[in-house]
Design a protein around this ligand. Structure first.
Ligand code: ZN
Ligand code: ZN
Length: 497
């Protein structure tokens, strides 16, 4: 198979539409030797006598295939030959009309239909729509079958490294998001309305994390070419009877039926990691008294926190005037408990938007909070790598909030450095805040005794190491009692393992 053909898999579902697709493997499926049984080629000739006819060829679909990527290699209309590909599985028609497309169990390039890749004999109907009188040629249909659902290659919306802003937690009307209809009624909120709201906030990425469903992924693939400045990350809020966990980076099935015995939440984490995804614990603090069934983290006694990649330290779901508002400190306490144990889950934000961006108060909306991730490019693998590395800060009031960067030497938040006993470590803090918010530095979860002042957007802090394990993180606070910090960073880790 040619490298050109491999590159043609580069676009998530929409290969025929986008031209700027790049190869990006890091953080995703490990490379393995190609399985020749999964590579199929069908060859044929194109002659003027075939004009206005169909020619059927067949191939065998093995058991256990989750995704197929198809490309027709033919001389093309420029050379007077126009051939189309119709696809029929053993049971039904799957679609016709494109020269490059993918079909998987949950997604497909339109006009092809997603669904099970039924084992058995598949038929391909080649339509000879036009062949110029003197034209002669050959066609080859390349079919790449995969036992994994997610594409090996992903779209890159921006190839530059930098800080990218997004929201890692949102819902559509496919589960429980509701917004106003044209006539003003509350109706299931369309996916596009959420995406329009995220785009209007100038977010760079959005994880749509509907509850216990894979049904949204096909629509996300269809609309990604239109939203070519908003990276859509495959996500799911796996909603168990004992707590909610966000999973980012897979379209595969995740077993929400975790119970105390047998399959537990730790097995669920393993299942997600086997699909090269990250997991996060969401809004762990909700009470266990029936007001929000299953919302609090009831798995705490048995959770293996070493399997937890992130903790939602700021959840944006608020119902003002009701109990349904995050407590003071939001999700920070559980996060710091894990840091104190020597674990390094990344602190992230999640808007938990349920209204398609309709703002009922200043606390509502997509991107409130905004999670800002340093990534080598704007692609799903790169954003997930940045989250895993802890290269993250959180603007709790939305994307227009101030930046806050904590560094020492070439290390940034999320990184670990060594500092021998007696060594002095110089930290730098940078912000573009103009509101006069106060800088707070925390050492091992406690505010340091003498807080540095910010001057012209910069501050510094010297710390003498005792050789032990510590973490330092930064916040800006505006002094409103009980309010979340305006912005907070992940820690820099000292003498970590
Ligand atoms: Zn939830
Ligand atoms: Zn949610």
């Amino acid at each position: 198979m040619s490298s050109a053909f491999l590159r043609s898999f580069a676009c998530f579902l929409v290969m025929a539409v986008l031209s700027s697709c790049a190869v990006s493997l890091a953080g995703q499926a490990p490379a393995s030797a190609p399985d020749p049984s999964l590579e199929i080629e069908l060859h044929g000739t194109i002659t003027p006598e075939k004009i206005g006819t169909h020619e059927t060829q067949t191939f065998q679909m093995p058991q256990g295939i989750q995704r197929m990527d198809v490309e027709l290699d033919s001389p093309g209309f420029q050379k007077g030959m126009y051939v189309t590909v119709g696809m029929f599985d053993p049971e039904r028609y799957r679609g016709e009309g494109r020269a490059r497309f993918s079909i998987s169990t949950v997604t497909a390039t339109g006009p092809y239909m997603p669904g099970p890749l039924v084992p058995g004999t598949w038929k391909v109907s080649f339509g000879f729509n036009y062949i110029a009188p003197e034209a002669h040629g050959e066609y080859t249909l390349h079919i790449h079958l995969s036992r994994q659902l997610d594409p090996v290659h992903y779209m890159v919306l921006n190839p530059k490294p930098g800080w990218y802003m997004g929201d890692l937690h949102s819902h559509t009307g496919n589960t429980d998001a509701v917004c106003k209809s044209q006539a003003g009624k509350d109706v299931p909120c369309p996916v596009w309305k959420l995406l329009e709201a995220a785009a209007s906030q100038k977010l760079d990425f959005l994880a749509v994390t509907d509850h216990n469903t894979q049904v949204t992924f096909n629509e996300l693939g269809e609309v990604q070419p239109y939203f070519d400045k908003l990276l859509l990350i495959a996500g799911e809020e796996v909603t168990t009877v004992r707590g909610h966990t966000n999973v980012w980076g897979t379209m595969g099935f995740l077993d929400y039926r975790a119970a105390e015995h047998g399959f537990t939440v730790n097995d669920l984490f393993d299942q997600a990691h086997a699909q090269h995804a990250l997991v996060s614990i969401n809004h762990w603090y909700w009470p266990w008294d029936g007001r929000c069934p299953g919302c609090g983290w009831g798995w705490a006694p048995i959770t293996d926190y070493s399997k937890v990649d992130a903790i939602e330290v700021i959840n944006g779901y608020h119902e003002h005037g009701s109990w349904f508002t995050p407590p003071a400190g939001n999700g920070i306490p559980l996060w710091e408990q894990q840091l104190a144990k020597g674990l390094r889950p990344t602190g992230v934000g999640g808007g938990d938007e349920h209204r398609g961006g309709e703002q009922l108060s200043s606390h509502d909306g997509v991107g409130i909070p905004t999670t800002v991730v340093y990534a080598r490019e704007l692609s799903q693998p790169a954003i997930l790598e940045g989250i895993k590395a802890g290269h993250v800060y959180i603007k709790t009031h939305g994307p227009d909030g101030p930046e806050l960067l904590l560094t020492t030497g070439s290390a940034m938040m999320g990184d670990a450095i060594k500092a021998a006993k007696g060594a002095q470590v110089d930290f730098s803090i940078r912000t573009n805040d103009h509101s006069g918010a106060q800088l707070r530095l925390y050492l091992d979860g406690k505010p340091i005794a003498t807080q540095p002042a910010v001057s012209d957007g910069a501050a510094s802090f010297q710390w003498t190491s005792d050789g032990g394990r510590h973490w330092i993180r930064a916040e800006l606070v505006d002094g409103t009692p009980g309010d979340d910090p305006v912005v907070l960073t992940n820690p820099i880790y000292l003498n970590w393992r």
